[in-house]
Design a protein around this ligand. Structure first.
Ligand code: DX5
Ligand code: ZN
Length: 221
C-alpha cells in the first residue's frame, strides 16, 4: 500500500499563532509541514523565510518541514534553510541558474532535495537529475496564493512523472500542491501522487482533525 503523506500548507494558517497552528495540524494527523517561501520577485507575494523555519524548530516542532522555495535566485537562500532545520528543500528549476548545483547544495547540507514544476513547466528538467532528487512537486495552480482552483491537466502530468519515478527505481516522493481537498484527493492519488499539500482545505475549516481524517478515508477507498 502506498505510504500517503498529508502536508498542510501553513500559508493558510493564522500567522499570529503559527506555533500553535502547526501543533494543531500535527496533532490532527498531518505528516509534513509545508512551508511556502515567496519573494515578491519570482512570485507575486511575500511570505516567510528561514528565521520562521528556525523559530518553529526552536518552538519544538520535530515533524518534517518541507520548504517550498518560490524565490529567485535560489542558491543564496539554500544554506539558510539548511541551518534553519528544513527537512525537504524544493525549488523551481526556471528560478535556478544551475539546477544540478542547487540540488547538490541541498544534499550536501543533509536535506532532501526536490524540483517543483509549475502547471506549464515541461518535465525535461528532470532528464539528467533523477538521481539527485528525493521529491518531485507538481504545482496544480500557478504559484503565489492559496485558495486557487486545481488545474485538471496536472492529472495527466502526474501520470507521466509517476512513470518516470517507477523507471528510475528510486524512492522519490511525488507531491502535488494547489487546490487539493477532500473532493479531489482520491483522483489525484490515482494519477500517481503520494504526498498532498493542502492549505485552505485544512486551515479554513475549524476541525482540522475531521478534514485530515476525511482525506485519509478518501485515500483508503
Ligand atoms: C501556492 C502554494 C501552496 C498553497 C496551497 O503557491 O505553493 O502551497 O498554499 O494552497 P491551497 O491548498 O489553498 O491551494
Ligand atoms: Zn507550496
Amino acid at each position: 500500500m502506498t505510504d500517503f503523506k498529508i502536508a498542510p500548507s501553513i500559508l493558510s494558517a493564522d500567522f499570529a499563532r503559527l506555533g500553535e497552528e502547526v501543533d494543531a495540524v500535527l496533532e490532527a494527523g498531518a505528516d509534513i509541514v509545508h512551508f511556502d517561501v515567496m519573494d515578491n520577485h519570482y512570485v507575486p507575494n511575500l511570505t516567510i523565510g528561514p528565521m520562521v523555519c528556525k523559530a518553529l524548530r526552536q518552538y519544538g516542532i520535530t515533524a518534517p518541514i518541507d520548504a517550498h522555495l518560490m524565490v529567485k535566485p535560489v542558491d543564496r537562500i539554500i544554506g539558510d534553510f539548511v541551518e534553519a532545520g528544513a527537512s525537504y528543500i524544493t525549488f523551481h528549476p526556471e528560478a535556478s541558474e544551475h539546477i544540478d548545483r542547487s540540488l547538490q547544495l541541498i544534499r550536501e547540507g543533509g536535506c532532501l532535495s526536490g524540483l517543483v514544476f509549475n502547471p506549464a513547466t515541461p518535465l525535461h528538467y528532470l532528464d539528467y537529475v533523477m538521481d539527485k532528487v528525493d521529491m518531485i512537486l507538481l504545482m496544480s495552480v500557478n504559484p503565489g496564493f492559496g485558495g486557487q482552483k486545481f488545474i485538471p491537466s496536472t492529472l495527466e502530468k502526474l501520470k507521466l512523472v509517476r512513470e518516470r519515478i517507477e523507471k528510475s527505481g528510486r524512492n522519490i516522493r511525488l507531491e502535488v500542491d494547489g487546490g487539493v481537498g477532500i473532493q479531489n484527493i482520491r483522483e489525484i492519488a490515482e494519477a500517481g501522487a503520494d504526498t498532498f499539500v493542502a492549505g485552505s482545505a485544512i486551515f479554513n475549516v475549524d476541525d482540522y482533525q475531521a478534514t485530515i481524517a476525511a482525506m485519509r478515508a478518501e485515500l483508503a477507498k
